[in-house]
Design a protein around this ligand. Sequence first.
Ligand SMILES: [Zn+2]
Length: 396
Amino acid sequence: MRKATPERARIHNSRLVLKTIYERSQISRVAISRATQLTRPTVSEIVAGLMEQGLVEEIGYAPSSGGKRPMLLRVVDDSRYLIGVDLGRGDFRGAVINLRGEIKHRVELPLHKRRGDAALALAYDLIDALVESAGAPLLGMGIGAPGPVDVVRGVMHHAVNLDWRDIPMRERLQERYNLPVYMANDCQVAALAEHTFGHNGDEEKNLVVINVGYGIGSGIVLDGQLLYGKPLGAGEIGHVVVVQDGEQCSCGNFGCLETVASSRAIIRRAQAAARDNPHSRLNQYAASPDEITLAVICQAMQDGDESARQIVFEAGRYLGIAAANLVGVLGSCRILFAGSVTCFGQFLLDVIREEVGKRSLPLVARDTEISYAGLGPNIVLLGASALLLPSELGLL
Ligand SMILES: [Zn+2]
C-alpha cells in the first residue's frame, strides 16, 4: 500500500482543485473551498501553483451580489495538448486536441493495404507529424486500437486487418517519443469520448456506446470510469452467440451477433435478397447484387422496399436483444449507437427501442435512453485523447 505523504496529499489536493475548476466553466476560490472542503488558504496556494503552470487563469470579477465581488477562475483550455490516434478499421487518423476536446490539428494517412511493419511505420509517420505540429506542451498520447488491448502490459493483441499480433505498442511509443502513452480498444475509447466531450443526456447515468460497422463492439463507462476489463475484453458483445448453429464468424464461433447485425451481415443479406428477387428496388441502385452497399440498402428502404426494411428490421431486433442484455446487467443507462449502420436513422432506432422495451423490466426500460452517438467520425481519436485526462491531470 502507498503511504500517505505530505507530497501525495499536495498532489491529490491540487488535482481536486483543478478538476473542480474544469468541471465548471468558471468558479471563485471561495466556491472551490466550499466544493472541495479545503481551507481557503490551501485553495489560494494551490490556485497560485496552477496559475504558475499556466493551467488556470483569472478571468475577472463575478457580478456583484452584495459583498465583495470574487475573482473568477477557469482552466486554460489550450494550456496543454493531447494527441489522439485512431488506428481503426480504415485509414490512420490522429489529431492534436485541447483539454476540452477541440481539434487543433488533424492528420489522416491512407493505409493502402499496408500491414505488419509497414503499417507500424505509417503509425509512426502519423504521430511524428502530430508531435511536430503541437504548439503547447503535450501531455502524452492515447491510442484507439482496432482489436483487443492488454491495458496492463500495453500490448495490442491482435489487429486482423493490420496483421499485428502481440505488439508491445506502449513500450515502443514511449521509447520513441518519451511521452506517456495510453491505449484501449476503439469501441472503449468511443464510449469515453461521449462521456468526456459529448453533450447529451444525463451525465450521472452509466453509458454504453455500441459501435456497429464492419464488426460490433461496445465500450462501457461505469460511474464515470471506463471499464477496460483487466487485462482485456470488456464490451466484446459482437462475439456473443445469438443464433444457435448460425453462420461462422471471423472469431471461429458460429452465430455471433456480428454474423447477423453488422454492416457486413446486412449487406450480405441484401445481396442475397436482390439475387432472389430481380424486381427488388435493391437492384435499381446498384449495377449488380455484388455492388450493393449500405447506402443502396438505405435508399431502397426509404423508397419503401419491403425486403430492405425487413433486413434492417431483423438486424435491429438482434441489436435490441444485445442492448436489453446490457440493460439487464447495468440497469437504466444511456446506450448510444455509433458506426456505419447509423445511416438507417430513426427506423433502426425505433426497432431497437421496441425490442429493449419488450425484453427489460418496464421501469428500467423507461429510464433507459437509446439514441445515436453525437460525436461523429472523430469519436475514436477524441476518446483516445481523453484516456490521458484522468491519469495525467486527475480530470474526469
Ligand atoms: Zn464471433
